[in-house]
Design a protein around this ligand. Structure first.
Ligand code: MGD
Ligand code: MGD
Ligand code: SF4
Ligand code: MO
Length: 688
């Protein structure tokens, strides 16, 4: 890139956020002075969140890594000395070759997630490299895999209602999502619907920012959502509020579901969920009578033992009232599948010498690092910060402490994870790269072209893995492809009709290129279940050993559906640790402005629970269970039902105290999709 020092340049937000905003980067003397929204983006329209408005502080942060470094102190201490890229690449290639020979290439494990959503950064040259190497595969299950599985059993295709259509809705249910913080443009669109009279109902375990904005907040006990959805179905069937011609034409199993729902009387559901029976009646009536109803299914309810079934059950609801025939009606869980790109061309699985290589579930990374047979001997971490975000952190930490484990971390900062690395590599920021971005919510594809010189010796993921491929002697053109070559390959995917007509040329010219929604304009043509219908009864689930009909099952720890939290339990409080407003997962937790906005990590605790423990607002408290403990500040409030405590935000290890929520969370897997169960945790709390 020829450096242009001043001006305003288009960019794309790279963060793991559904909105994928169009940005404008304002530069003066070669530095970013301001990041604003690009008003020309058709959905995000120039509005961006506070997090990214302060992005300049992150990009130009004095602590940004600028050179490769080798560890000199003990793992975790964070002492490093600079080395050159040549040395770093040679050391990685040498170690990987030696380990491959001694233990087999599956002793090497990549660990990555979506710290940067760019397809070239996380599903491109990196995958080519690990495929050619024959490394173990990583099951990327930390975010949405439980709910995606539940949705797919029901609907087949991994896409739902188009966001721009929801302005037509007259009822919007936000179910287990904190969209004011996590999907702000959904709120903007919902506001447009609201101006025309739509009501917004929020179903959550605490009165989050979204509940404060909505019209009606229904607090419930964690992990009881499937029971609530079945209670709504019970009433819809009972009061003939269902669209029977739709059920007959487009679904499988509505008679079985009708029988199943009989059990879930309002009284039984009230007992399970903590929502009064009268409110369940009112909610079901609103849902049954709405002309166009839309459900936003958030991530919160699926981070539970029963998360797959919760999402599966809720995703049956729109079919009961025939919503899929209405513009703006239906539900959204993820719209990622509309923008599916040519993964085979990008990732080149054909380069793999061992097509049957094992897979390691990222939610069980702690356990995986304990294996003594076929041990993992090397980790390459990028675009993720497992020592903050992974469940059961003490166990994960023990794994990362292993002296015989060779760990490489590629990041922009010396994260909690990077401190355990043998080699740390400095990453570029998205504004220094070329990359391709689609959204898992709206339908626009965007191109990022470099608008900034990388500081020091930073390299992109693309460059690092191309260098490593060449250093390993992987003699294939795959490692000499340019970014533009790969973008063309990604977009050349005739099997995805929605991607038709999206080209690099158009992206350069038009910036925001909409997927082609015309071939399957009728949503019901998109269903790809075995029966081609919405499967209220699922044979595939039965074959997988799951209940074929929607059902409520209690969490492993905590509420069993009927047992109320009791002081006799060792760990009587459900501990929920969802994202906060000003960080993006653990990103921004190390920048001053974002920290100042969040002030400090807190524990929201109900006055009854606080009083029983002699805790007052602002007190320092210890939150603990058998896995570990954290120390945070109490915020006494009635935002949730008694028995639930909430600590928002994924903070880094504090200077003076441990405060990382995942010390407390379990590495059990969810009922479907091998997903994480962060929120199915119980704890005890006491004054510090
Ligand atoms: N500001 C900000 N935005 C983000 C992120 C961030 O960290 N910060 N992270 C991004 C990522 S990776 C993701 S996956 C999304 C996640 O964003 P969302 O889809 O909004 O999901 P969460 O914020 O995880 O959880 C949403 C809500 O679910 C609630 N919840 C927990 N358990 C239950 C339950 O059993 N039932 C119900 N009904 N509710 C429950 C939580 O209290 C929380 O208020 O946001 C993305 N956007
Ligand atoms: N308790 C609890 N735990 C959770 C959650 C929760 O709600 N509660 N949420 C879960 C969810 S939904 C998710 S998605 C995960 C998210 O977990 P992660 O994907 O690990 O997300 P981040 O913490 O944002 O870490 C991303 C890292 O990537 C780095 N990065 C950014 N861009 C680049 C790049 O171009 N190259 C390289 N090499 N690095 C880059 C960033 O600096 C950052 O350190 O956390 C999960 N963990
Ligand atoms: S984090 Fe989300 S809302 Fe904020 S700028 Fe990025 S895409 Fe937009
Ligand atoms: Mo996520």
């Amino acid at each position: 890139m020829r450096e242009v020092k001043n001006g305003v340049f288009p960019a794309v937000c790279p963060l793991d956020c559904p909105d994928t905003c169009g940005l404008l980067v304002h530069k003066k003397d070669g530095k970013i002075v301001k990041v604003t929204g690009n008003p020309e983006h058709p959905v995000t329209r120039g509005a961006i969140c506070n997090k990214v408005r302060h992005m300049a502080e992150r990009v130009h942060h004095p602590e940004r890594l600028t050179t490769p470094m080798r560890r000199v102190g003990p793992k975790g201490e964070g002492r490093f000395e600079p080395v050159s890229w040549d040395e770093a690449i040679a050391e990685i290639a040498g170690t990987f070759s030696r380990l491959s020979e001694e233990y087999g290439p599956e002793s090497i494990l990549p660990y990555s997630f979506y710290g940067n959503m760019g397809i070239l950064s996380v599903e491109g040259m990196d995958r080519r490299f690990f495929n050619a190497l024959g490394a173990s595969r990583l099951e990327q299950t930390i975010c949405n895999s439980a709910g995606s599985a539940g949705w797919k059993y029901t609907m087949g295709f991994g896409g739902g209602t188009s966001p721009e259509d929801i302005v037509n809705a007259d009822l919007i249910l936000v179910w287990g999502g904190n969209i004011v913080s996590t999907n702000m443009h959904q709120v903007v669109l919902a506001e447009q619907a609201r101006k025309k009279g739509a009501k917004v109902v929020v179903i959550d375990v605490h009165r989050n920012r979204t509940a404060q904005w909505g019209d009606w907040f229904l607090p419930l006990y964690p992990g009881t959502d499937a029971a609530l959805a079945l209670g709504i179905m019970h009433i819809l069937f009972r009061d003939r509020l269902t669209d029977d011609s739709f059920l007959a034409a487009y679904t499988t199993g509505h008679e079985e579901l009708r029988e199943q729902a009989k059990e879930y009387t309002p009284e039984a559901v009230a007992e399970i969920t903590g929502i009064p029976a009268a409110d369940i009646e009112r909610l079901a009536r609103m849902y049954g009578e709405a002309a166009v109803s839309y459900i936003h299914i958030g991530n919160g309810l699926q981070h539970h033992d029963n998360g797959g079934m919760s999402v599966r059950t809720i995703s049956c609801l729109p079919a009961l009232t025939g919503q899929w025939l209405k513009t703006g009606g239906g539900a959204y869980k993820s719209n990622g599948a509309y923008a599916a790109m040519n993964a085979r061309a990008l990732e080149r699985p054909d380069l793999r010498p061992n097509p049957r290589a094992r897979s390691i579930n990222m939610n069980r990374i702690g356990e995986a690092l304990e294996m003594t047979e076929q041990p993992i001997k090397a980790l390459f971490v990028y675009c993720s910060n497992p020592l903050v975000v992974a469940p059961d952190l003490e166990r994960v930490k023990r794994g990362f402490e292993r002296e015989d484990l060779f760990t490489v971390v590629h990041d922009l900062f010396l994260t909690d994870t990077a401190k355990y690395a043998d080699l740390v590599l400095p990453a570029t920021s998205t504004f220094e790269n070329t990359d391709l971005y689609s959204s898992y919510w709206h339908h626009y594809v965007q191109l990022q072209e470099p608008v900034l010189e990388p500081p020091g010796d930073c390299k992109s993921n693309f460059e690092v893995f191309a260098l490593l491929g060449q250093a390993m002697g992987f003699d294939d053109g795959a490692f000499r492809a340019t970014e533009e070559d790969m973008i063309r390959e990604a977009l050349n995917y005739p099997r995805n009709p929605y991607l038709h007509g999206v080209t690099l040329e158009r992206l350069k010219e038009e910036r925001f290129v909409k997927l082609d929604m015309s071939p399957k304009a009728n949503y019901l043509e998109r269903l790809t279940t075995p029966s081609g219908t919405i499967e209220l009864f699922s044979r595939a689930m039965e074959n997988a050993g799951l209940p074929p009909l929607p059902a409520y099952s209690p969490l492993v720890e905590g509420y069993d559906g009927l047992r109320r939290p009791s002081s006799e339990e060792k760990y009587p409080l459900m501990f929920i640790s969802p994202p906060n407003h000003n960080f993006l997962n653990s990103t921004f937790a190390n920048t001053g402005k974002h920290q100042a906005l969040e002030k400090r990590p807190t524990l929201q605790i109900h006055p009854e629970d606080a009083e029983a423990r002699g805790i007052e607002d602002g007190d320092e408290v210890k939150v603990y269970n058998d896995r570990g403990s954290i120390e945070v500040w109490a915020s006494v409030s009635d935002r949730m039902l008694p028995g639930t405590v909430i600590s928002q935000g994924l903070w880094w290890e504090g200077k003076d105290r441990p405060q990382r929520s995942n010390v407390l969370t379990p590495d059990r897997l969810s009922d479907m999709g091998k997903g994480a169960t962060f929120f199915s945790t119980t704890v005890q709390v006491r004054p510090r």
